[in-house]
Structure formats: C-alpha cells, structure tokens
Ligand binder design. Structure first.
Ligand SMILES: [Zn+2]
Length: 253
C-alpha cells in the first residue's frame, strides 16, 4: 500500500470528508509563533484536497488533555495560518461548513465524530491519557451543549492507531483506564505479556467509552489498521520517537 490520504467510512454519508495521511504526505507543524510557523505547503495541498481555503484549517496545541475547542468561522485558521492562542486542547468541534478540524497522531487513536442529524462534527486525539480522562465524552458533552447532539445521533470512526497486540504498557495504566472502563472491560483491553508488561488496546477502550455513553454499537467503526505494523504510516513506537506524524482531519461539506 502506498498512499497520501486515506479516508474513513464517514465519507460514505456524503456529508463530510475525512482524511488520514501516510508517511511523507506532509509536515504538520502547529503555528505557535513566528519561529515555529507551520510549513504552509503541506496545508495548501490538504486544503486543495478538501476543496476549502487554507485559512479554514484548524489545529490546536495538543498536550494529551481532555479539553475541546469549539471552532467558529472567526476562529478558523488557528494553528495553521494564525498562531494558536487558546490553551492546550486535544479535540475540536464545529457545525460550520468548510472548516477542517485537524489533529496529529503517532500511535494514539484519532476519533472522528459526525452528528448527521444536527450537522456537526468533531475530531479528537485520544491516546491513553486522553482516553482515561474521557476526552471523547467531553467532545460529546460539548456537541450536546452547542448543537443538541445526542449520543444516539452520532456516527464515530477511528483512524489508524497502535493495536492491542503491539502497544506495551506498564501495570500502572490499569487503574487509570478504570476511570472510563468497567472491571470486565478493563480485563478485555489489557493483556498480560510477561511479569511486568501488559499490552493495551486504547481503541477498544474508546469503543467501550462511547457505548457506555449511549452511542450505538453499529455506528462505531474501529481503526482500519495498526500504525506500528503498517510501514506506510508514521509510528512513534516503531520509529523510536522520530518526528513524523499522521494528520487526521474532518470537514463538513
Ligand atoms: Zn499492531
């Protein structure tokens, strides 16, 4: 497989366009200040693919938080053509057409949210920290406050992420994940590898979190592949922390 942009099942609705990028598809810096200005060429190509303006692509300063940014027309371009001025966030929501919500990942689970009933979307970066903090729940709460989204209205797709066979973690994560998973679910997301190591399926934890909040099981699509195993996609673990990142994005058409 060799590709620049992959997309999710949500595109089949005809309401949204989604993307996840392959290795080498672009440099996805955040525009924090003049010194760290983003590489605009990558974003210009992305805007062309989405059929929108580069000034409509949004990034946030991702720090494994559970905070969600509400993006309106006057905030468009933050983190790409304008510096980030909001506090660190790891997800965005909007109901405006032509705004691209973009996060980056390298093994963490990207979560694309679509409420086709109220015409609203969300993009969430959910690593183990964000997942344990319930970031998808925060996104759902904000979508409910702002757009009237109910859990049963939602369609959710996850992008490529490290799988439950490849992601080695320590025992200390078990109690953290119990924040969002029942004891039975916690037993399923962790597998004991040896005396000290476990493997963790973060995407399955996201699935359980969504379902316990009322999202229909049939409306949830799991990751299409594992970032650690698929060499066409950047992986923090496989590449020993190198700088490559996968960009994931969604836009209401
Ligand atoms: Zn894997």
């Amino acid at each position: 497989m060799n590709f620049a942009y992959g997309n999710t099942v949500l595109d089949k609705t005809g309401i949204v366009k989604t993307v996840y990028t392959s290795k080498g598809a672009g440099i996805w810096d955040v525009y924090r200040n003049e010194e760290e200005q983003s590489d605009i060429d990558s974003y210009l190509k992305l805007a062309a693919y989405f059929g929108t303006e580069v000034t409509r692509i949004n990034r946030v300063d991702q720090k494994h938080t559970d905070r969600i940014r509400i993006v309106t027309d006057d905030l468009a371009g933050e983190g790409v053509t304008a510096p980030v001025y909001s506090e660190p966030c790891d997800g965005m929501i909007t109901d405006r057409r032509g705004i691209v919500l973009a996060t980056v990942e390298a093994d963490c689970t990207p979560v694309y949210l679509l409420d086709p009933v109220h015409g609203a979307i969300g993009m969430v970066h959910s690593g183990w920290r964000g997942t344990a903090a319930g970031i998808v729940l925060r996104a759902m709460e904000k979508m409910n406050e702002c757009y009237g989204t109910k859990p049963a209205d939602l369609m959710v797709a996850m992008g490529p992420a490290i799988c439950g066979g490849c992601y080695e973690v320590g025992e200390e994560l078990i109690s953290a994940m119990k924040n969002v998973c029942s004891d039975e679910e916690t037993r399923r997301i962790f597998r004991k590898k040896d005396e000290v190591k476990y493997t963790l399926d973060v995407s399955l934890a996201v699935r359980y979190t969504l379902m316990s909040a009322g999202v229909r099981e049939s409306a949830i699509t799991m990751p299409p592949c594992c970032t650690y195993e698929n060499i066409d996609i950047d992986s923090y673990r496989r590449e020993k922390g190198k700088k490559g990142r996968m960009l994931t994005a969604i836009m209401l058409k």
